[in-house]
Design a protein around this ligand. Structure first.
Ligand SMILES: Nc1nc2c(ncn2[C@@H]2O[C@H](COP(=O)(O)OP(=O)(O)OP(=O)(O)O)[C@@H](O)[C@H]2O)c(=O)[nH]1
Ligand SMILES: [Zn+2]
Length: 335
């Protein structure tokens, strides 16, 4: 399968930057250069998509040294200049192109931030008419999306759970002027046609929202195939493994692209830790708990709950951590 660069989100904004880079390259190098987009990341290995189709890529030595004027290491959604060496299947990333939008989270204790996803045009903030519905938190999501440069829209999923949705919809519309709000029921395949117009050619869409709100179900319905592990699938995984693959940017049938990325999914958690703490902080505290497998709920001698009592971390932050841990163990978070 191959897609045009435009279908992948390529635009004059990136073309201009790429052209400047290619013109500055040695004439002998130019024929080996092409552009591609990051569709998956696994440690230092990148999955990219170029006009020629999918390929693997690694950072060129010059980029690994990390010059101060460079953007951060490539992340999901980035556009790259790549070098294709004769006879080598793996491309070399020689330049990260400027980003149109950037989702980042603060890293504890400093000016640094961790970039999570870039070049996202539209973010569907997903909630449901159940205990997930928290207008204040949703307001923070709207603000976070706007700060990234992307456009927000809200999806009230699990519409089947509430007979009268009007009060929910009304409250959601009050979050921002002209905020689009749609009610859907992903599991029942209801209301999804109304989302089609958002998926125009080259538009990159991401889903955020708390665990269990239906992001994976929505992703699978929008893509028309099972790519994202839903709650049920994970529950059946005996090893309790998190079943996401490295790939996390998918073309949507009919146009547009969808990002399903664990980092973005965790927005609930990094939002709760808005004071600047990361999960590392809880994990470090947990080494002081009396029991090695402490769940930080009712066990005696729990250092994490003690930290909450002292106001070192917030109760909401601990709750976000526990929710995520309880549903599925995530891959190691140390970067
Ligand atoms: N009643 C109802 N349940 C739904 C709907 N959409 C999804 N669900 C259920 O909600 C549960 C969680 O759905 P997921 O898609 O795994 O939720 P998620 O947001 O991806 O969760 P994480 O992967 O933990 O971030 C599953 O049991 C789904 O079947 C819906 O429209 N109505
Ligand atoms: Zn504990």
């Amino acid at each position: 399968m191959s897609l045009s660069l435009e279908a992948l989100g390529w635009s004059p904004f990136f073309a201009q930057a790429a052209q400047a880079f290619v013109e500055a390259a040695a004439p002998g190098d130019r024929p080996r250069l092409e552009v591609g987009r990051v569709v998956g990341v696994e440690r230092a290995a990148y999955g990219v998509w170029t006009a020629a189709g999918p390929a693997g890529a690694v950072l060129a030595g010059t980029l690994r040294q990390g010059r101060a004027d460079e953007p951060s290491a490539p992340v999901i959604g980035d556009w790259l200049v790549l070098e294709r060496l004769p006879g080598e299947p793996t491309l070399r990333i020689v330049q990260v192109l400027p980003r149109r939008t950037t989702f980042a989270r603060a890293v504890k204790g400093g000016a640094a931030e961790q970039v999570i996803a870039v070049n996202v045009d539209l973010v569907f903030i997903v909630t449901a008419p159940d205990e997930d519905f928290d207008l204040e938190r949703l307001g923070r999501y709207v603000a976070a999306v706007q700060a990234s440069g992307a456009r927000p829209a809200v999806l009230l999923n699990k519409a089947d759970l509430a007979e009268d949705r009007a009060p929910y919809l009304e409250q959601l519309r009050s979050l921002a002027p002209d905020l689009p709000v749609h009610e859907v029921a992903a599991a029942q395949q209801r209301g999804l046609e109304a989302l089609r117009p958002y998926f125009r050619e080259g538009v990159t869409v991401a889903l955020i929202g708390s665990s269990g709100v239906g992001k994976s179900t929505l992703t699978n319905r929008l893509l028309g195939r099972e790519v994202a592990a839903t709650g049920e699938v994970r529950a059946g995984d005996h090893q309790g493994r998190h079943t996401t693959t490295a790939r996390s940017l998918y073309p949507v049938p009919g146009g547009g692209l969808l990002i399903d990325n664990p980092g973005l999914r965790d927005i609930a958690v990094w939002d709760a830790g808005a004071a600047g703490a990361g999960w590392e902080e809880i994990e470090a505290l947990a080494t002081e708990c009396r029991f090695r497998k402490c769940t930080h709920t009712t066990e005696p001698g729990c250092a994490v709950r003690r930290a909450v009592e002292r106001g070192q971390i917030t109760a909401a932050f601990l709750k976000g951590y526990q929710q995520a841990q309880g549903r599925a163990p995530r891959p190691a978070r140390k970067r």
